[in-house]
Design a protein around this ligand. Structure first.
Ligand code: ADP
Ligand code: ZN
Length: 242
């Protein structure tokens, strides 16, 4: 499954809820880049040039990264791609991978949020640098101010969540990513969701739409395979690395 939507549309938040519900991993290219940047790996050093400016990391690099990630064991039963594909060449990359690895794309969930709402969401956003969990000071505050509910790390404001970079990200979204909405509409894969409400409300809309949709698509989901541990456990290696 793929989650598509503008920056601030709530893709990451919804992907995590879906991960719990479906028992398949969320794969966020944004999270992978941020983790690599924090750890100063060669990928991170390369990605930072783009991420910090609000531009897209080049397609070949991003596609290669996702291809590797999808070969990992936890992705064998299905996965939720969050923030990928983001360009038409990346969408073609998804098709190639599907052929190589023998799966089929169930659905592309498009989280539709009007532009005027997006900036308001971004400026009060706080993110956990360890597990990637996102909070919003007004709409979804952490239980303890400044601390991640999931893993206890100190929350941060993402380097690219400032007004200037956000406007750039939005422009990049409209020029490079929004053509994917039509692309998947033509392929009858698109599930269009109203994302302007609260987190729970959007999740309800999405679950209802997917419930109708999943019948007859892809492989059934086996609940027994669900990993019941906290999402943070295997991602917690980043504590204090910034
Ligand atoms: P948002 O959806 O809020 O913009 P993400 O965490 O998905 O946040 O992405 C943050 C940044 O990571 C992007 O602005 C971009 O620089 C980079 N990035 C993430 N996914 C991709 C992708 N599929 N292709 C290229 N760059 C990406
Ligand atoms: Zn956390």
């Amino acid at each position: 499954m793929v989650l598509l939507g503008p920056p601030g549309s709530g893709k990451g938040t919804q992907a995590r809820l879906l991960e719990d519900r479906l028992g398949i991993p969320q794969i966020s290219t944004g999270d992978i880049f941020r983790r690599a940047i924090a750890l100063n790996t060669p990928l991170g050093i390369e990605a930072e040039k783009y991420v910090s400016r609000g531009s897209l990391v080049p397609d070949d690099l991003t596609i290669g990264l996702v291809r590797e990630r999808l070969r990992e064991k936890d992705a064998a039963r299905g996965f939720i791609l969050d923030g990928f594909p983001r360009t038409i060449p990346q969408a073609r990359g998804v098709e190639e991978m599907a052929k190589e690895l023998g799966w089929e794309l169930d659905a592309v969930v498009y989280i539709n949020v009007p532009e005027r709402i997006l900036l308001g969401r971004l400026v009060e956003r706080q993110t956990c640098p360890s597990c990637g969990m996102m909070y919003h000071l007004a709409n979804r505050p952490p239980l303890d101010e400044g601390t991640c509910d999931e893993c206890g790390s100190s929350l941060e404001i993402r380097e690219d969540d400032n007004e200037e970079t956000f406007k750039k990200r939005l422009a990049v979204y409209f020029s490079q990513t929004s053509p994917l909405v039509d692309y998947y509409k033509h392929k009858s894969r698109l599930v269009d969701i109203d994302g302007s409400g609260g987190v729970e409300e959007v999740f309800k809309n999405m679950s209802a739409a997917l419930g109708d949709r999943r019948k007859g698509f892809g492989k059934p989901i086996d609940d027994k395979s669900k990993d019941t541990g906290s999402n943070c456990q295997n991602k917690g290696e980043l504590h204090n690395s910034r």
